[in-house]
Design a binder for this molecule. Structure first.
Ligand code: C2O
Ligand code: CU
Length: 475
């Protein structure tokens, strides 16, 4: 039986503490990837693959312009790769899917990757993040070729928040009134283990899921920061919620529902790439896997004692609820949402700008039904696009079924969706954009600073593991 919703308090992942500073001023962190047991469902122990043994992993808080080096140590029995999603990261630190961190104890030599091993190391790897980017909610997660989905499902995901002075100067809610919320769905076995329908439970050599999950793996338990349908007591005041959809395949349509059936407005202040130019009000918010929405909710609009339930309008049964806020006390609140949040440089493709088309479709992958981009499955050695730095290009994404498309290295801007302009959830700098069936989405992209080999892919993690990923190169 599933646990009762709204009983478990909302956990907030601990903020990682730097272990030192290098001579160049970079802050140093150490994270150990290991298996640990965590009580997720009341009374049961769930083995998690955790950054520092916890799910979600520790939150890294960094400042724009101050580099961070994270040394990841792999004490698991399988190789790993760490990617900072949304990071403006040099290629060698971006988590190329074959740049493996092999287990420290030699338990796995990386074989099983089609003989293709990138720049792999045993035991530990330093990932250097320059943080030369706007303040934003980023997240880090596993990105090993063919095995991203089971690794993230079992716990390898955490927040990385970049802050800057521009944002600090705004009167937004902060401190206890700023919460990162990692939302995902999972299924569990009767004894509390994550039930991932992979064909190879050891995640050692055989990729893939049971054919019935080829569209993407869905669970029946909704977790927020690793707790099932949690409850959080709040002041009657504004809160800043940094929403992240970390589900493998589920899209959530979030509505803040009151007991009388009405709902509370959400002021969106930021998206994947940080603050918007101006706030956008939503009554419901569609969040696809990989996307972040930064919202402010004013709990003083309802009487003390009110339960505000976060509902998933796309869910059924147990997945139609997400969590609950309980407004427990009146409070003083000096925060507000300014009309102007930040400056966003519009990306305007020039008249003769390069146009590239990427088709995300079902297709044959080595004779089996799989997922492709432009008819091809992921080939690390073949670039689908060589993109000169500094040019604004027009990219068109075509699709068959739903695919949340994610591009590494730089955020982009949505220019067009279907026959019309962008919709209100497309505002700001995006790095992941939801493609509804048969809709063409056009974005303006511009890569800067770093040349090298990166990927773009579907962030439905089962699709990604089934090779819906492409190599792109910045030159
Ligand atoms: Cu969040 Cu390439 O991934
Ligand atoms: Cu997809």
């Amino acid at each position: 039986p599933l646990p009762e919703p709204f009983r478990v308090p909302l956990p907030v992942p601990p903020v990682a503490r730097p272990v030192g500073t290098d001579p160049g001023g970079a802050e140093l962190y150490r994270i150990t990837q290991r298996v640990a047991e965590q009580e997720i469902l009341p009374g049961l122990r769930t083995p998690v693959l955790g950054y520092d043994g916890i799910f979600p992993g520790p939150t890294i808080e960094s400042r724009r312009g101050r580099p961070v080096v994270v040394t990841h140590r792999n004490e698991l029995s399988v190789p790993t790769v760490v990617h900072l999603h949304g990071g403006h990261t040099p290629a060698e630190h971006d988590g190329w899917p074959l740049d493996l961190v092999l287990p420290v104890d030699g338990a796995h030599d990386g074989s099983g990757h089609h003989g293709m091993i990138g720049d792999s190391v045993v035991g530990e790897r330093d990932y250097r993040y320059p943080n030369e980017q706007r303040a934003a909610t980023l997240w880090y997660h596993d990105h090993r070729m063919d095995f991203t989905a089971p690794a993230v499902y079992r716990g390898l995901a955490g927040f990385h928040i970049v802050r800057d002075d521009v944002e600090d100067a705004l009167p937004l809610p902060r401190g206890d009134r700023e919460l990162p919320l990692m939302i995902c769905d999972r299924s569990f076995t009767a004894d509390g283990a994550f039930a991932y329908p992979g064909v190879d439970q050891s995640m050692r050599s055989l990729p893939g899921v049971d054919p019935e999950w080829m569209e993407g793996v869905l669970g029946d338990v909704v977790l927020v920061n690793g707790a099932p349908w949690p409850v959080h007591e709040v002041d009657a005041a504004r809160y800043r919620l940094r929403l992240l959809n970390a589900a493998n395949a589920r899209r959530f349509q979030l509505v803040l529902t009151l007991p009388n059936g009405e709902n509370l407005p959400m002021q969106q202040i930021g998206s994947d790439g940080g603050l918007l130019a101006a706030p956008v009000e939503h009554r419901s918010l569609l969040v696809a896997p990989g996307e972040r929405f930064d919202i402010v909710v004013d709990f003083s609009l309802v009487p003390v004692g009110t339960d505000v339930t976060v509902v998933n309008a796309l869910g059924t049964g147990s997945t139609s609820q997400v969590m609950r806020f309980r407004v427990v006390r009146p409070a003083r609140d000096d925060s507000r949402v300014p009309d102007v949040l930040s400056e966003i440089e519009p990306l305007v493709p020039a008249a003769g700008a390069t146009v590239r088309t990427f088709e995300f479709r079902r297709g044959a992958v080595s004779g089996h039904s799989g997922w492709t981009i432009n008819g091809e499955s992921f080939d690390p050695d073949r670039s689908l696009a060589d993109i000169p730095l500094g040019q604004v290009e027009r990219w068109r994404f075509h699709t068959d079924v739903h695919h949340p498309v994610h591009v590494h290295l730089d955020q982009f801007q949505v220019l067009r969706r279907g026959p019309g302009g962008p919709v209100d959830t497309d505002s700001g700098w995006k790095d992941t954009v939801d493609l509804p069936p048969y809709e063409v989405v056009e974005v303006a992209v511009r890569f800067t600073d770093h040349t090298g080999r990166y990927v773009m892919h579907c962030h439905n993690l089962e699709h990604e593991d089934m090779a819906m990923m492409a190599t792109i190169r910045t030159v």
